[in-house]
Design a protein. Structure first.
Length: 335
């Protein structure tokens, strides 16, 4: 176990920094201080969601240790091996923090796949800064992904990969079914079916994991929320629970605050931030204030990756057996 995957920050602050006062409104049933439930044995806490904090490690908040959350109780455990996948025939593949050791796992079944995996990682490293920059920049606050890729020496190849499905990328690159199944299973953790067009980036999930591991917050995923809550309160912020935001107050084309279902209203000096699901957000202000492009984009997002994705996705996951792949030469649910 190590305290945190971050190096000590050179900007360590002894006194709370002066920041704009923050007001956090949390929906009923949500609390910044919740404990993981005991779903199996008494005293044995179950982390039901977001067990490993992988993708978020590339967020500047954690990558640059902007809030120094370890001072507010956040501690990460860094498991090694990262992931172990057994197959129905008794064989298995394990991803270790050590790249050579992981390549040796692939090489047991295919030397070519081991080389492909090593090459894939190097390839991915060259574009990762571009992916990170666009993933964590709000729309309209930076150059779009395609524009940044166009300026990259292998940009066209990456644009093509992003237009493919996870399955197409993995099938073309790897020859052994176990290698393919491993990459498909990990690429599928976001629950979008790997045969969907334009999911190709998911084929590189394993590569991202090779670099950063699967850090687990000590005490459960809620520890991140708790640390953020403590940070807000230590900086004169206020957290109010049991508040259901009903609509946005829009003035002069800007969001100036929110109205809650109990009739209360809160105005913001600087900004209103929210992670409310976009399909609900879009109903919280008049359609014309979003613009046609935005509303159209939201409806398409839901058609492709919406409610139907998770149940179908789980069916895919169960079908990642070698027998299935051998029999059909592709994930079963493709048919
Ligand atoms: C089953 C599952 C497993 C996952 N596993 C992982 C994992 O292992 N690793 C990982 O990194 N990620 C994982 N994720 C994804 C991760 O949980 C999310 O990306 C993350 O929780 C998003 O955080 P958020 O703060 O943006 O949004 P949310 O956590 O969705 O927070 C939005 C909050 O807004 C509140 N809200 C909604 N509407 C209103 C309203 N009208 N008024 C007031 N409040 C409102 C909600 O109650 C909620 O608390 C998983 C997700 C699921 C569902």
């Amino acid at each position: 176990m190590r305290p945190s995957p971050f190096p000590p920050s050179p900007r360590r602050h002894k006194q709370p920094r002066q920041t704009a006062s923050t007001l956090s409104l949390l929906a009923p049933g949500t609390t910044a201080w919740s404990q993981p439930p005991e779903l199996t044995l008494r005293g044995f806490k179950d982390d039901t969601c977001s067990t490993a904090h992988t993708g978020i490690q590339a967020n500047p908040l954690l990558r640059n240790d902007e809030l120094i959350l370890r001072d507010y109780g956040l501690e990460y455990i860094d498991p090694d091996p990262i992931m172990h996948i057994p197959f129905p025939d008794g064989s298995y593949l394990t991803q270790w923090r050590d790249l050579d050791r992981t390549c040796a796992e692939f090489a047991r079944y295919s030397k070519k796949d081991a080389e492909t995996y090593r090459r894939m990682l190097a390839d991915f490293e060259s574009v990762k800064p571009i992916f990170d920059a666009t993933t964590f920049a709000p729309v309209g606050f930076g150059k779009p992904l395609n524009e940044l890729l166009a300026a990259h020496p292998q940009g066209k190849q990456w644009q093509r990969r992003l237009g493919m499905s996870v399955w197409e990328v993995v099938r073309d690159a790897f020859e052994d079914d176990r290698s393919r199944a491993f990459l498909l299973a990990v690429g599928h953790l976001g629950a979008v079916p790997p045969d969907f067009p334009a999911t190709g980036r998911g084929a590189y999930t394993l590569a991202g994991q090779q670099r950063g591991g699967r850090p687990i917050p000590k005490g459960g995923s809620g520890e991140l929320t708790k640390a953020l809550g403590r940070f807000i309160e230590a900086h004169s912020g206020v957290i109010i629970t049991n508040k259901w935001v009903k609509q946005l107050i829009v003035e002069g084309g800007k969001c100036a605050g929110v109205e809650c279902s109990d009739g209360s209203a809160y105005r913001a000096d600087k900004a209103v931030l929210s992670t409310i699901h976009i399909k609900h957000l879009v109903d919280m202000a008049p359609r014309e204030s979003w613009g046609h492009d935005f509303v159209d984009g939201v409806s398409r997002l839901l058609q492709r990756c919406g409610c139907d994705a998770r149940p179908r996705g789980n069916a895919h996951l169960e079908s990642y057996g070698l027998a299935t792949l051998r029999a059909e030469g592709r994930p079963a649910a493709l048919g």
